[in-house]
Design a protein around this ligand. Structure first.
Ligand code: ZN
Length: 243
């Protein structure tokens, strides 16, 4: 076989690639962007922690899906941003619960580090997730469990959504790059590899075929945690320049 076509790839691998690309779009690289930019406001907080805070609601969501506490459905759409129907996710994605998770994240972080700026920034990052989701999601985000649902629906306009997210992401990388400096080659290369992989996943969303089922979406959703570890590793190999 000389040429590998999309349909000749192993179905499991194909499903994996599809869900990974969906994952990258639903995870909204804007969340990674604010995590990166927040380094300026809390330089002593690791990029790993900042990224975890920015992604926190999406880090909980696949766990709640797997536990059966929350629900989502797959809907065919030509717009790859709209392949998932977030039918019920009040515990990870209502505004009220976002505030509760933000407070908890802040308190735990402060108890461990006694770093006030870091604790405040982490809390703000958890809330920022809901605000960014509010901009892009259709009105599926409850204000409180059982309450009215909100969402401005920028995902209905994929070009606008991608322009916004790409702009935020490049700004985030730029701010992080300028706030820190590499200690070694790893610190220099890892941040660019991170940027390229995330951007590649996001822009390489070539196929809009729906994922096989929701539990696959949930398992793949746990990949977000790997990027938290990657961010931690980047930050361990970079430092804040003395002023
Ligand atoms: Zn989210």
């Amino acid at each position: 076989m000389a040429v590998t076509s999309w349909n000749s790839i192993d179905p499991l691998l194909r499903a994996g690639i599809t869900v990974l690309s969906i994952e990258a779009t639903t995870m909204f690289i804007g969340h990674f962007a604010v995590g990166l930019a927040a380094k300026r406001a809390a330089p002593r907080t690791s990029l790993g922690t900042l990224t975890l805070a920015a992604l926190f609601l999406d880090a909980l969501w696949p766990i709640f899906l797997l536990l059966g506490i929350e629900r989502a459905a797959i809907t065919p759409s030509t717009n790859s941003f709209l392949l998932l129907d977030f039918t019920y996710y009040p515990f990870s994605h209502s505004l009220l619960m976002a505030l509760v998770w933000a407070a908890l994240f802040s308190i735990v972080y402060f108890a461990r580090t006694k770093y006030r700026a870091g604790a405040l920034v982490c809390g703000a990052l958890v809330v920022s997730h809901w605000i960014l989701d509010f901009i892009v999601h259709r009105p599926d985000l409850p204000l409180w469990p059982g309450g009215p649902k909100a969402g401005l629906g920028l995902w209905n306009h994929p070009v606008g959504a991608m322009a916004l997210e790409t702009f935020l992401f490049i700004a985030g990388i730029w701010i992080y790059e300028r706030t820190t400096r590499p200690k070694n080659m790893v610190g220099r290369a890892s941040v660019w590899a991170y940027a390229i992989v995330l951007m590649g996943l996001y822009l390489g969303d070539a196929t809009s075929s729906p994922p096989p089922n929701i539990s696959v979406v949930a398992w793949m959703g746990l990949i977000g945690w790997l990027f938290v570890l990657w961010a931690l590793w980047i930050d361990n190999n970079r430092e804040i320049p003395a002023r």
